[in-house]
Design a protein around this ligand. Sequence first.
Ligand SMILES: Nc1nc2c(c(=O)[nH]1)N[C@H]1C(S)=C(S)[C@@H](COP(=O)(O)OP(=O)(O)OC[C@H]3O[C@@H](n4cnc5c(=O)[nH]c(N)nc54)[C@H](O)[C@@H]3O)O[C@H]1N2
Ligand SMILES: Nc1nc2c(c(=O)[nH]1)N[C@H]1C(S)=C(S)[C@@H](COP(=O)(O)OP(=O)(O)OC[C@H]3O[C@@H](n4cnc5c(=O)[nH]c(N)nc54)[C@H](O)[C@@H]3O)O[C@H]1N2
Ligand code: SF4
Ligand SMILES: [Mo]
Length: 809
Amino acid sequence: MSGTKSPQGGISRRSFLKTTGAVAGAAAVAGAGATGLNALAETHQNDLPETNGEQIFRGVCRPNCFGFCHLNVHVRDGKVVKTSRAPYSDESYNRICHRGLSHVQRIYDPERIKYPMRRVDGTERGAGEWERVSWEEAFDEIASKIKEFQSQYGKQSVMFQNVSGNQAVYWANMYTRLWNIIQGSNLTPSVDLGSLHGLMRAAGATVAWEANERTDLINAKNIVAWGANITESQPQSWHFVNEAMANGTRLVVIDPQFTQIASKADLWIPIRPGSDTALAFGLMYIFIEKDACDEAFLRDCTCAPFLVNLDTGSFLRSPEGDASYMVLSQGSITSLDETINPEIDAECEVDGVLHKTAFRLLKEKVQGFPPDVVSRLTEIPEETLYELADICLDRPVTHFCGFGSQAYTNGPDTAFSGITMCALIGNLGYPGASYGSLAPIYQSLNTSFTIPTGPNPTVSPTTVNLPEVMRTGKFLGNDYTVKMLYTAGGNPLCCGVNTNELLNDVWPRLEFTVVADAFMTDTARYADLVLPIAQYFEVTDVTNAGEIPTLSYNEKAIDPPYEAKSDVDIVRGLAAALGLSEYFQMTDDEAISEILDSNASHELGISLDRLKTETDVRYFADEPHIAFRDGVFSTASGRLEFYNESPTPLYMSDKEITPEMMAAARLPNFEPPLEAWPDSDAFKKYPLILQSERPRFRVHSQWFGTKALRELDSEPTVKINPADAADRGLSMGDYVECYNDRGHCVAKAVLSEGVRPGTLVYPKGWQMSQFKDGSWSELTSTEYNAFTPNSCFMDCVCEVRLWNEGAVS
Ligand SMILES: Nc1nc2c(c(=O)[nH]1)N[C@H]1C(S)=C(S)[C@@H](COP(=O)(O)OP(=O)(O)OC[C@H]3O[C@@H](n4cnc5c(=O)[nH]c(N)nc54)[C@H](O)[C@@H]3O)O[C@H]1N2
Ligand SMILES: Nc1nc2c(c(=O)[nH]1)N[C@H]1C(S)=C(S)[C@@H](COP(=O)(O)OP(=O)(O)OC[C@H]3O[C@@H](n4cnc5c(=O)[nH]c(N)nc54)[C@H](O)[C@@H]3O)O[C@H]1N2
Ligand code: SF4
Ligand SMILES: [Mo]
């Protein structure tokens, strides 16, 4: 087996300890020295004399847990002493969690990076030997590398990467502005794209990841949670689910694991990993069998009546050249605009070519999924399929889709088939009736802010495609060399996939890596230059994402400690070193105002002044927001298109799309996942499916060093079904090694009946340095769906054995 050695010649844990020692320096800050909960209690005792004059600033917690809780940031003598819950305009969104409560320890964490640092010349990346440099040296070095690489290898050779560390508009748009001016590449993060693209394919998108607002959950008769561990991953939503349940709403959870939310459900349906699309097809089969389809919705709000040319796969269009869709009405072919009563289940010949309505094509495909077949694919008993179908028909139903089922190579089809299933019975577009993964992002910003010198012609790959680009030096058939990677707001060596591939194939080909972060993350450890950044409450910014459809103002509460700088000041410094200061003369307020300055914002009355006074402003006009209200969709036809004439990749990648793949993708399509399926070659060798769960005590890798949280959750664990453990002679508390061909990871075994036999579950987001050996992201793969280059975190197999410390394999 490979992957048991650290890449790049083995970096020992000890060498990391040396690193953090160097980083920590001589910190004497709030909470330092005390341990965990004691420390948190101390910082929350509020026992500093009131005479110090406490000031309270409005902060927004924004690590992309989708919560975006408003927090009071209590400041005394220029130091944050406490964070507490603050009110939203809509008080039902007032919330805080243990992470929000422990910010003080995060701000004054002794491990916080204090000044810019360069890897000592001649030492290996990751060896932990750093020298302090001044900001001027850092800016000059980055600027000279940018110039050198771009003149030698092309504009794309300097790449920027932001993942989801801080969901706010100002800092992110400032980096994008700089990178567009220099025409560098900007890596697209391959996360959460399966649900996004699956929904977009059918429903279009005005706002990414759209669904009915959470305050509408109360209107649902039934909530069906698909691959969503809401209690852990969405504290904002759980509260609304709970209220709905108290009001009589039934909760169904579809999840392979008996999760925390499954334990609260009225019905838990354990499903075989990677088979949700088959389940959606099975439900559609039963709806058709029961004659329960909503024909009016299909006829008026979907592409069901459109005639499809079976030779070309295209919709039949009006010969008038006005591109209107042709349908059958009372036996004759007519333009959709000229009839109110088109047939939805029909076929005819046009110029000798057979045409069928899109609905008939869907119906024919659904016939391949009778309950016995679906039961075999999903491992859900036939009676349960019928029970679930009845629940889905007991409308309105909110299908609360998480990100679990989309994280397989076949993941995008779960959302494409799921929303199609809802369209079949008209369960969309009204209170309580919804299907989606809600994490909307307000995108109607002023894009011209990011392109002051015109559009950036450089095309960029996605994360999962990057290793191939680096190995071949080509992207989309063209020469493509990347020499520098600048990461801000991401920790790809911890939260990415197949990190050994990254460290063996990507990092060695990068001549220069810069990481702007507050902590020595895995990615920072492997950098050549580390820049200390200011955290949330040390900057002014505006957030635009999350479950709450508002933009929120984040007031700066304190100056960045040590030599930390805000990202926007880093951008200004870099711009100066590059001779581009003329584009960065504006003040914070001027820049934020310009970013917000769009027609949509004007219509909604969104402005910086209003944000400053009201702290948050809604960006949906309706309240609660109903997605696809009245069956209106933002597709080309304005209808839900469960049939796509020419399926288009979300992002271009180097994966080939054959005509057969195109044909199959026109309608929702079930194919087993690449690895996590009994027939796969990988499965024959590694029979356990490795799944992640959202860590209650971190958001991804953030808060990894926060003492109070580490006291509650001190080391990496992996949950194993007792039967699987017994087969392998493993006991509770053993250190076990999970491994596959890509890598390995050592964690403490937790035996649990709640884990589906044949699977292992690990809370994600520990840094490499926190494992006894390996890390979870060594085991996952960069395989992806050709249409949707998403990371397939759940589509991963492995084996587990007792860890033999010291053994070299
Ligand atoms: N505390 C905390 N909260 C977070 C985060 C965090 O790191 N920590 N991360 C945030 C982010 S960025 C995201 S994207 C969200 C995601 O949060 P969720 O939407 O909850 O997604 P996951 O936790 O990835 O997976 C949810 C569930 O899917 C199940 N699952 C796995 N495979 C399948 C399958 O094939 N079918 C079905 N039906 N279920 C399956 C898993 O067992 C898991 O319980 O959480 C956000 N919230
Ligand atoms: N195994 C497995 N892995 C997964 C997933 C999974 O389900 N399973 N889920 C994936 C998903 S859905 C997501 S969204 C990704 C998230 O992946 P990442 O975004 O890479 O995860 P984070 O750990 O949040 O890393 C963000 C980093 O940004 C830094 N940061 C925070 N604020 C700022 C700032 O203002 N400026 C700068 N410069 N840096 C800042 C933080 O300190 C942190 O180190 O993880 C993915 N990884
Ligand atoms: S981590 Fe998420 S849920 Fe917790 S306080 Fe911050 S935004 Fe709210
Ligand atoms: Mo995510």
